[in-house]
Design a protein around this ligand. Structure first.
Ligand SMILES: [Zn+2]
Length: 367
């Protein structure tokens, strides 16, 4: 299929992907956006997300015509440095020379939104809305966690999924991260092992019953880090474990965690050890229904751009999880940023254009 990428869109994408800005170092992208929208007569302000992120920039927020009732969002950070990026323009796509990422996650999303707002501003077709460019999506989600929406904002569209335009994340799992500290009692393993309580023995026995892997369509669990012990002649008194539990609902995730905790505690009791446990939701699950505004509006936008809106479940998290948790219904849209985070990241010209067209539709639709 022939698809002409608008030269202006290509230019914006090149400029944005030429900026090296990993998580918490987003300031140059923030300045680019501020200058960009400033030339359109729009004012950008930066919030205080840097307080939470510890980085050099906050979220950049651009209210258009009073800010409206919804936002278009993308994140400014990349998980890996793109320093030294050399773009490659192939027949159907833009990629790097293979020695660095392209930074398409999520400068692709940022480009698509900026191109659309410029086009609409110049055509005089802008409708009220807010643009939201977040920090630290790739690490702590400090940006979306810090975002305080203006009172009128009720829902949003996040331009940040690797999927191709038309697809959108309609449901995601949530993820609990946990740290367990199994405490035993040290003793000389050769002379008086009976005086000790071996934390490795306790942890090993409990780990053997841990529900590794899938528990259902959108639920799994993993222990990814285990460490402990000081020497072969010492009964080990400290073992640390780190892991995660993904689930489609909060209830199921916490039930899974509680059963794991109960098993670890019982095993500790059996051998005379104790357990200290820390856990938190890294991101929470969400599900958007067909009746929800972002679902309905996106379906209309996709159709207007010649695409079918295809709801997809995913196992990953994004800023959309945070927004949904704070009461703002939001969907994460496919922007076509393929092979995210690898040196083989790429975007099809066709996808860059289509996702921009969707952004344009959303920004210019009369509500
Ligand atoms: Zn991303």
């Amino acid at each position: 299929m022939e698809c002409k990428l608008d030269a202006r869109l290509q230019q914006i994408f090149l400029e944005l992907t030429s900026i090296d800005a990993v998580s918490s170092q987003e300031l140059p992208v923030a300045e680019y956006i501020r200058d960009f929208v400033g030339k359109l007569g729009l004012e950008a302000h930066m919030d205080d997300a840097a307080k939470l992120s510890g980085g050099n920039a906050g979220n950049v927020i651009v209210p258009i015509l009073g800010g409206g009732e919804f936002f278009l969002a993308a994140h400014m950070d990349t998980p890996r440095s793109t320093a030294g990026l050399k773009h490659r323009f192939l027949a159907d796509r833009i990629t790097s020379d293979g020695t660095t990422p392209l930074g398409v996650d999520d400068r692709g999303g940022v480009s698509e939104i900026l191109y659309a707002v410029e086009k609409a501003a110049k055509a005089g077709t802008l409708q009220p809305a807010t643009l939201l460019f977040s920090v630290c999506e790739e690490t702590t989600m400090a940006g979306s966690l810090s975002y305080k929406p203006a009172p009128g904002i009720r829902y949003g569209f996040v331009f940040d999924s690797f999927m191709r335009p038309g697809n959108f994340v309609q449901a995601t799992c949530g993820m609990i991260q946990f740290t367990f500290h199994v405490k035993g009692k040290s003793a000389h393993a050769g002379i008086a092992p009976e005086n000790g309580v071996n934390a490795i023995r306790i942890a090993g026995e409990a780990i053997s019953r841990f529900p590794f892997g899938w528990r259902g369509n959108m639920a799994n669990a993993n222990i990814g880090v285990v460490c402990g012990g000081t020497g072969t002649n010492v009964v080990c008194d400290d073992v640390f474990l780190k892991g995660e539990i993904r689930s489609a609902t909060r209830e199921e995730g916490e039930a899974c965690l509680n059963s794991i905790l109960a098993d670890f505690r019982q095993t500790c009791e059996k051998y005379g050890g104790t357990l200290e446990a820390d856990w938190e939701w890294d991101f929470r699950p969400y599900e958007i229904l067909e009746d929800d505004i972002p679902y309905k509006r996106f379906a209309k936008a996709a159709a207007a751009c010649g695409l079918e809106a295809v709801p997809q479940p995913t196992m990953g998290g994004s800023d959309a999880n945070t927004y949904n948790h704070t009461g703002l219904k939001a969907i994460n849209l496919g922007v076509g940023a393929q092979n995210p985070h690898g040196n083989d990241e790429f975007i099809l010209y066709e996808d860059l254009q289509k996702a921009s067209d969707i952004a344009y539709y959303l920004l210019t639709e009369k509500l």
